[in-house]
Design a binder for this molecule. Sequence first.
Ligand SMILES: Cc1cc2nc3c(=O)[nH]c(=O)nc-3n(C[C@H](O)[C@H](O)[C@H](O)COP(=O)(O)OP(=O)(O)OC[C@H]3O[C@@H](n4cnc5c(N)ncnc54)[C@H](O)[C@@H]3O)c2cc1C
Length: 305
Amino acid sequence: MIIDCAVIGGGPAGLNAALVLGRSRRKTILFDDNKPRNAVTSESHGFITRDGIQPQEFKRIAQEELSRYPDVRIERQKVHRINKENNLFLVETENGELYSAKKIILATGFKEVLPDIPRVTEFYGKSLFSCPFCDGWELRDRPLAVITEDQKGFHFAKVVSNWTNDLIIFTNGRKILSLAEQELLKKNGISINEKKISSLIGKEGMLEKIQLEDGTSVPREGGFITAEWKQAASFDSLDYTLNEQGGITTDSWQRTNIEGLYACGDTRIAGPSQLIIAAGEGSMAAIAVNSALIEEKFNQENQHA
Ligand SMILES: Cc1cc2nc3c(=O)[nH]c(=O)nc-3n(C[C@H](O)[C@H](O)[C@H](O)COP(=O)(O)OP(=O)(O)OC[C@H]3O[C@@H](n4cnc5c(N)ncnc54)[C@H](O)[C@@H]3O)c2cc1C
């Protein structure tokens, strides 16, 4: 059987794509190996009607909604390889199963690589986060840290200062701030600490202080950290183009440079990374897929006329 669309990845992007495809009566398979980026956190914020929801509960509700649509099937397994042959995509799962699809939506997300700081993963998702729009409200008015080793730390610290007046930027031994940037931060009440961090200290994921290599420590109750972003999945046989940060490039209809291949959500690594934005892009990708299939059908019928 040739399916209309294979959606790879069952986070908010892929789930919303599958919903719109199911409602458009498109034979769809959603493949998901359930390793979302936000698995480390217990609450998601900023999605209207779902503010504060647990990530797995969000997924459970979404899957329940999809079960109402007979043309959508969920395969809980990893897609291992995708090949394009003529006008069809051949999807191979890790179990060796093969599926043919007219269109593909990639919604595989990204993974972050955190700075190499002892114990950082214990705190990430509990009191240290990556996105102030997602978790700044919960940390408001507390003594916070921005931990960053890269140039975007300057801008990031300015954004985080919106939620607290007690902010220190820790560069972990790196000289990433120009003199002008340092002055501007200080003028706005943001302190700078360029010493190397030896460890993060706290209990049950709640940060208490930042231990420095010179033996001193600085009390902090939480904060934000910048990370490197990497694709969660890569499909070598598909020659899609990537942007400077390593995200899959698309047009505003989520179309990649490969005909029939669409990408949405975090996998595009472009702009803010949020559940609602990923879900919106998933919807857009599904509408684009549906429009393309309609056009193809009408063109074919025109040729036969
Ligand atoms: C600590 C933390 C806190 C966050 N808090 C918030 C918040 O409060 N509010 C908010 O809006 N956003 C928050 N985010 C961001 C949010 O999690 C992402 O923007 C969102 O999950 C992106 O959705 P997505 O569908 O693109 O990718 P994901 O949610 O990462 O989903 C991708 C899915 O694809 C699957 N997959 C990958 N490769 C394959 C493959 N080869 N085969 C099959 N399946 C595959 C993965 O297992 C995963 O289930 C947070 C992120 C982090 C890290």
